[in-house]
Design a protein around this ligand. Structure first.
Ligand SMILES: Cc1cc2nc3c(=O)[nH]c(=O)nc-3n(C[C@H](O)[C@H](O)[C@H](O)COP(=O)(O)OP(=O)(O)OC[C@H]3O[C@@H](n4cnc5c(N)ncnc54)[C@H](O)[C@@H]3O)c2cc1C
Length: 413
């Protein structure tokens, strides 16, 4: 079949990978030139440990508290936007224990599938990217956070994940080169990390070599349809006939769905990152600084730090206080690693595709015979990309899927 994948982020490329392996003719339509975007500047974690959806009990109250501080890790820009209001209402109704119960096992299945497939991808792209298998630390300062993290570790054991619960001095023993100022931490040893831009480049290169056709600087701006079938994808560079369409355009998924008369809830969740290179001393293990919701990713002498979740639409405005807050938090946890304060104007930012229930959309949409969705992974796009691509290829090829996909339906209410 001729499959058109809309969006060349990590989800689009992984979908193209497995679709091409199934023998389909694959075309990737990408607005940009595949050098930047949410899939490039993120923290690069492949984390089976992230099986709890974003919409959890208590998150709304916590979010409202954070709203009162200009340096907190969460921000909603007040605005009268119907899509945002509808998304917010849905998020509000999903932020409960039932949503966690209905989602965690499915997210765990997707993340575990993906973890294994990402390791396979590393073998298929030997010069492409390193998968660094040292785990990810959840580090904390407050006793209350420590208690919560130890409870989370218990839940993780229920899904077969391994953890090491560490005192402050045990955390320090993992980091011989830098001082760590925490009260303790939980190391998730199944988690691993990669350099996302290197991964993206390796995928792009190998897919091109294998015959996948990339249409760069090409924006899909319409569809020719009749009788419940999409016949052509329309772009600024002309139309492209198709047998199947996979929408994988990240945080723009809600907008493109309107062109198909489909209402799909999606909001961009903006996050920032900064990077440092040639560090003499560096961390060994990536960490989430839980009290401050900041993440760190070291690779050799290179370090990336990042965080925040801003619901401000696709705004390009950078909030300097929140960028500075990421840096300040890092310095509080790693006080002797003397990195320069960030220039907010140079901070990288990307838009996570965020669904209201914290579960991605993966699967066929019944409004058209040949339409599927792959996206909405919020902070799990790298972690879940390989699994998502595999599922899309299985669905489009009429195969039994590796895991149950009903929970990921783009038509769920
Ligand atoms: C600070 C930060 C840290 C993160 N850390 C991690 C992490 O450690 N681990 C993890 O798993 N995830 C992480 N994430 C989340 C991860 O980056 C995203 O989930 C992932 O990149 C989403 O991939 P995507 O392919 O769905 O979307 P994108 O990467 O946004 O790709 C969508 C593509 O579609 C294109 N597009 C849009 N509209 C059109 C159109 N009409 N026509 C053609 N092309 C179009 C866009 O140009 C874009 O390139 C992080 C995110 C942020 C912001």
């Amino acid at each position: 079949m001729k499959v058109v994948v809309i969006g060349g982020g990590v989800i689009g490329l992984c979908s193209a990978w497995y679709l091409q392996q199934e023998g389909h003719e694959v075309h990737v339509m990408e607005s940009g030139d595949l050098t930047d975007g949410c899939s490039f500047g993120n923290m690069g974690y492949v984390s089976p440990s992230h099986f709890i959806p974003l919409a959890t009990p208590g998150i709304v109250a916590q979010g409202l508290k954070w709203m009162l501080s200009s340096s907190s890790p969460f921000y909603i820009k007040p605005r009268l936007n119907l899509d945002m209001v509808r998304w917010g209402m849905a998020f509000w109704t999903k932020a409960n224990a039932r949503n966690v119960e209905n989602s965690a096992a499915h997210l765990n299945n997707l993340l575990q599938l993906s973890r294994g497939l990402t390791a396979d991808l590393q073998r298929d792209l030997p010069d492409g990217f390193d998968l660094i298998e040292r785990g990810v630390f959840m580090l904390y300062k407050s006793a209350k956070t420590g208690e919560h993290e130890r409870e989370m570790a218990e839940q993780a054991h229920g899904f077969g994940l391994k953890t090491v619960i560490c005192t402050a001095s045990e955390v320090q023993a993992y980091e011989p080169e830098v001082a760590v100022d925490v009260t303790g931490g939980v190391l998730y040893t199944d988690d691993c990390h990669l350099h996302p831009a290197r991964f993206m480049r390796a995928m792009h290169q190998t897919l091109t070599n294998r015959g996948v056709q990339f249409h760069l600087n090409t924006t899909v701006n319409g569809f020719e349809r009749n009788n419940g079938v999409i016949r052509q994808v329309l772009t600024n560079n002309g139309p492209l006939p198709c047998d199947e369409v996979v929408i994988a355009n990240g945080s723009r998924m809600g907008d493109i769905s309107k062109l198909l008369d489909i209402s799909l809830l999606m909001q961009p969740g903006k996050g920032y990152s900064m990077e440092y290179d040639h560090l003499k001393n560096n961390l060994r293990i990536p960490s989430i600084l839980v009290d401050d919701r900041v993440a760190t990713t070291p690779i050799g002498p290179w370090l990336r730090i990042g965080g925040t979740m801003e619901l401000s639409g696709h705004s390009t405005h950078i909030l300097p206080k929140r960028v500075q807050a990421i840096y300040n938090a890092f310095r509080r946890y790693y006080p002797d690693l003397d990195i320069a304060p960030p220039d907010p104007a140079k901070a990288w930012y990307g838009y996570r595709p965020v669904t209201p229930d914290g579960v991605p959309y993966i699967g066929h949409h019944g409004q058209y015979r040949n339409l599927s969705y792959a996206g909405g992974h919020a902070m799990l796009g790298i972690s879940a990309a390989a699994g998502t691509g595999k599922l899309i290829a299985e669905l489009l090829s009429g195969q039994r899927t590796s895991i149950d996909v009903a929970r990921f339906s783009p038509e769920r209410k």
